[in-house]
Design a protein around this ligand. Sequence first.
Ligand code: PLP
Length: 405
Amino acid sequence: MAFNIDQIRSDFPILNQKVNGKPLIYFDNAATTQKPLPVIQRLTDYYLKENSNVHRGVHHLSQVATEIYENARNYVAEYIHAEESDEIVFTRGTTESINLLSRALVPWIEANDEILISAMEHHSNLVPWQQLCAERKAKLKIIPLNEDGSLDMNFLEKMLNPQVKLLAITHISNVLGTINPVEEIIRIAHEKGVPVLLDGAQGIAHSPVDVKASGVDFYTFSGHKIYAPMGIGVLYGRKTWLRRLPPYQFGGEMIDQVSFDRTTFNQLPYKYEAGTPNVSGALGLEAALRYVSEIGIDKIINYEEKLLTRATEKLEEIEGMRIIGRAKNKAAVLSFVVNGIHPYDLGTLLDQMGVAVRTGHHCAQPLIDMLGIPGTVRASFALYNTPEEVDVFAEAVKKAVAMLM
Ligand code: PLP
């Protein structure tokens, strides 16, 4: 399918509004993306015609709901190239997926074991491991970054010693935009016998994902970062892992047999899906992935790259501008600070001009502290943004800087 920006924009009616009297320019896509009509329609159809609880009923609607929910799982598996759909666990999002895994790994981590993360992690891929390490008297080790915001691969290799039980790293940084060389990372880690978790919260929307080819052990993502509803996400886990790890929450759905004395647990993936799942969310996620797939992730990446280059070049013309994150391999995230101006003030003025950006530490406080800045302004792009919007944004930044200087 050709990349038709007018068609794409018409799929996102929310974009067609004014904010503070100016046409909305939505550049906060790394926080959450807008939802296209096919996704919204899928949710509506579900509640108009198909709503029922899954896996429990003999009646028609329950069987329909079960079938479409499981079809959504099958499609997610296909989209990320999982070997089997049992390896797809539906969660609330990346944060819950990582918490699930960190809880399931409790018995596996012993005193003085090490868990490696990088200096560019979102709190979601930091705090759960920090808490697990504190609980098990293990050590959380941080892989440093190079000046340009890329991962220090030499350090990474040196840090992979026999004490390391897990390497948990982001696919794409939500602050720096750095795309980590995940295939190489996985290969090096596996050579040392270390399993790898990738935080794909940003990766899913700005990169093809092939869990089979990459050999990654765990991949996590949130639907809302890729045009799907909030409250649905995925933990992909290699079957050999998920089979042997214990459940995370207990209750209905995740059981096989229950007596007052003991309980046996359900098979994968239900062992990890206690309680009523987010069926409509799963259907919305399927619709969103189909939408992306129809346009083509490669075309989307190519288009977003052009937006990123254009925006970077325009911002560089501004005096006092410092782009945060200069890795060669970068996704559609543009963080910056301007000398002498607080990011919050800049963000507030941009909002008055109709431009939605995010300011602050972007849930990566240790990274921001390490950089010695109060935070950044972050513009992040999606498939529905346009070069014209980039131009208006750059002019708005210029104007705001002039006002604040
Ligand atoms: N990891 C990264 C890299 C992110 O960008 C985010 C969200 O911004 C998360 C994890 C957490 O995602 P969620 O809040 O959807 O669980």
